[in-house]
Ligand binder design. Structure first.
Ligand SMILES: [Zn+2]
Length: 172
């Protein structure tokens, strides 16, 4: 009755929002994957079936997961062969999964950082040009990863968007 929409595991399920299409109920592994916590695992063989689902929400969720693993041969092959309604494909590609750790951004403890994470400053930072000090312990919500520099993230402190060095933050 209650099975994961992606892998059919009959384990406790969680509802995950697949923007902008709706919600699916998935197992803990698939749910973590959709949240960007993806490790190579035989579990993901389930996607070879799920990506052909007639349920558009399931198909889009599966596509995003496969796309997040596209450096693996099976995943890139699958992306090459899958057929999707062009509108669905657009939805699937519009919100890629931000894979934790893939960008190489890590906090002061070596924990992978992902787009949208909340971090806490681990020291007082003088913000050059903005004339204030961001205090140790300040939470910075919804960080952005600076694409070509794994030591830099961006976030809002005191209503100003600033660049912060990853070694001065801790994931909360
Ligand atoms: Zn699952």
């Amino acid at each position: 009755m209650s099975e994961c929409a992606l892998c059919s595991d009959a384990t406790p399920l969680q509802a995950v929002q697949i923007a902008p299409l709706g919600e699916i109920a998935v197992c803990a592994t698939c749910g973590a994957g959709l949240a960007g916590q993806i490790a190579p695992d035989p579990h993901w063989a389930c996607l070879e079936t799920a990506i052909w689902s007639e349920d558009p929400v399931v198909q889009v969720a599966a596509y995003r997961l496969v796309h997040a693993m596209r450096i693996e041969a099976w995943a890139s092959d699958l992306l090459d062969t899958v057929w999707m309604d062009p509108d669905l494909l657009e939805h699937a590609q519009a919100h890629p999964i931000a894979v934790a750790g893939a960008s190489g951004h890590r906090d002061s403890n070596g924990q992978p950082l992902a787009q949208g994470d909340t971090v806490v400053l681990v020291k007082d930072l003088t913000v050059k040009g903005a004339n204030f000090t961001a205090k140790r312990g300040t939470a910075v919500r919804g960080i952005s990863l600076v694409q070509d520099n794994p030591e830099h993230i961006e976030g809002r402190v005191n209503d100003q968007r600033i660049v912060i060095l990853t070694r001065f933050v801790k994931k909360s």
